[in-house]
Design a protein around this ligand. Sequence first.
Ligand code: G2I
Length: 566
Amino acid sequence: MTPPRVRIRDTRRRLASLAALTLVSALAVPALSAAPAAAATPLRTLAAAKGKFIGFAAATNPLANEAAYRTIAQTEFNQVTAENAMKWESTEPSDNSWTFSGADQIVDFAVANSQQVHGHTLIWHQQTPGWVQGLGATAMRTAIQDHIATLVGRYADNAALVSWDVVNEVFNEDGTFRTSFWYNTLGQSYIADAFRWARAADPNAKLCINDYNVEGVNAKSTAMYNLVQSLRAQNVPVDCVGFQSHLATQYGFPSDMRQNLERFAALGVEVRITELDIRIQTPRTSAKDATQAQYYTNAVNACLAVPACSGITIWGFTDKYSWVPDTFPSEGAALIYDENYQAKPAYTAVNTAFGGTPTTDTQAPTTPGTPVASGITSSSVNLSWTASTDNVGVTGYDILRAPGTSGGTFTQVGTSTTASFSNTGLSANTAYRYQVRARDAAGNVSAVSSAVTVTTTTGGGTGGGCGATATVQTQWQTGYVIEPVRVTNSGTSAISGWTVTFTLPAGHTVTGSWNATLTTSGQTVTARNAAYNGSLGAGASTTFGFQVSRPNGDTATASGFTCATP
Ligand code: G2I
């Protein structure tokens, strides 16, 4: 493995550290319960102890937007490959017009989390823009050289970026060269040129050739072997060979993977598993999960058995984002976490193969308390609840919502890592019921809590609602008058009624009121509009007042005035 280079001259912006915001999205309830897998030493800790990296292919969108994705990405992995963001169409969509945002985002994330980056990919027949494909030989050569010099050069001084896929998928299955536009225009010369230009742009990066269906000994991997041997004999700087390892359980595991890695290692190159995923024919079953887990074990063991194998990159990590179903209809579930970020048996397999002893905890967290609603507006509500407890630790909560005061179906509207949640985007003057359930570090799920019913306020259009301010008009030893309590429609459309609540100190009693109807429950007083002052246009206000008696010498007055509509 490349020792990390120590100089970091490049001080590009870092990802702003995003607060652990709760996520609001409609998630399906998992069809198959996740394996009791975690409460485990993270994969990166285990792999590092074996001198290997364990990485993932990063998709820019969830990396920017999903806390659950980021948490696993930084906790479990010490290596990252850009799934798409460093490809030619992403970085140089038109000639000499560059977009580095996605590539920088991933490199910055890696730097912030002490992860090494593998650059993917410089020369590939896919995801290369049309303007390149149509070039003649001389112009194409120049375009390749410029592309490599600029892209590789950008990260050459960044210690995190340790390696590049220089050429990708140059072979057909029978071991002949793929007749791509590269090959058809330049012959095989483009391969050696690309490596030399990459070396010139970053003398320290490990330079790799990468392909799929080369995991076992076969015609294609033998062609790869011969090419690497011949290039190195010509002093072409090929340092490393990447074995993508897009495997499928229905085709069997390449049982000679270790032997194949070893023959390449004997050429003096680093080898790495670059794009591991193991797809099944969906839907998942326990039996298919078990086969998949065994294949993951086999792949990790193959790398562990070969000292020249620097590590393993999984092509993603959650089934929520995987290229497989788009390409192979009715296949998928190829990764080690399910689409709800729950660890699968495949995770347990990888963890165990790297020497971990993940617990097999099956104890569910205690049921969370019934949610308590506060801060209800016409479009949002804050929920909080008594936290669950768990033997291996609660990792978060699912928030479920059903429409109305009864009936309907509870569906998940978000997750929270704390015992509170803010649900926004609700309809005004509408009832909802909320329940929560807890998850633990091993993927166990608690029973759902009892439901709380919430009715949003009527609102007044954008920023709807009302406000109340109270003034003490006069007071004496044993009482006081609050006048006016001014009620204002703070929205942008009319309201047809209002309710002001406030709190009386202990021992205080309302003795009279005007322009509103007051009812008292304990220390809480509720003032409803009178028949003649409930309707308020946008921005309009009205007032009411009341008188209170209090214990002799008590100087406190009523407080905590809030207004709701209606
Ligand atoms: O095809 C699987 C992998 C085979 N080896 C090379 C890898 O680079 C390749 O990765 C996949 C990505 O996982 C996909 O995400 O490469 C595909 C392109 O051939 C990527 O798919 C593309 C879609 O085809 C586009 O429609 C989409 O806009 O991803 C793009 C970005 O999401």
